[in-house]
Design a protein. Structure first.
Length: 210
């Protein structure tokens, strides 16, 4: 059990460190439109800048808020599961802790839905951009549309990873605690990878405005 907890805590540390790095990295991106002047007419440049700035602001606010909530919730779940794994804990206390862990399914599911909503918003921004300025974006729309599609995929992967955490948390019980810890650690590793891709995708989108 000790080796399992050591591995589990390492997964938690890596995941939370990634959450912090991505949060800081995304919010440090500054939206600028100077480089678009060489590619678009004045009207086209202003419209594209408006769309991307609106998307960047919306996505960063939602993504940053979700990361903070995920950091707090995952940290709390990790603490609870570590307490539940203590062989000296009272049965009644372990039962209560695991009940609270199971109950986190709703919060995790809501968080996954929030990220899923951001993926949908990404597609909506993409469609608006395509329909309104197709001719004006003839020089750059390929790169922008490709990036939007990459963002949508990355955000859907994050949503799926958090949803998997939700399902895992709901199934943990005293009878499968060791396996549950390992499963939770695996899901955090998957979330960690998805967050890395998601953060990079959003920062790449912001770079179009520099």
């Amino acid at each position: 059990m000790k080796s399992v907890m050591t591995w589990f805590n390492r997964c938690i540390s890596i995941a939370l460190a990634t959450l912090l790095v991505l949060t800081l990295g995304v919010h440090r991106a500054e939206a600028k439109s100077a480089s678009l002047e060489d590619l678009l007419t004045s009207a086209g440049k202003n419209y594209l800048s408006s769309v991307l700035e609106g998307y960047t602001k919306s996505s960063q606010e939602t993504y940053g808020g979700a990361l903070k909530q995920a950091q707090k919730l995952i940290n709390s779940l990790a603490d609870d599961l570590e307490k539940a794994a203590d062989p000296d804990i009272k049965v009644s206390e372990r039962t209560k802790i695991l009940k609270d862990v199971n109950a986190s399914k709703t919060t995790l599911a809501d968080l996954a839905a929030s990220i899923k909503g951001l993926a949908t918003d990404t597609d909506n921004f993409d469609q608006a951009l395509q329909k309104s300025v197709e001719d004006l974006l003839s020089l750059v729309k390929g790169d922008v549309r490709t990036q939007f599609k990459q963002n949508k995929t990355a955000l859907e992967q994050i949503s799926s990873a958090i949803a998997a955490l939700s399902d895992n948390a709901a199934k943990i019980s005293e009878s499968n605690l060791t396996a549950g810890l390992e499963g939770f650690g695996d899901k955090i590793t998957a979330l960690n990878q998805a967050l890395e891709l998601g953060g990079q995708a959003l920062k790449t989108t912001a770079s179009f405005l520099k």
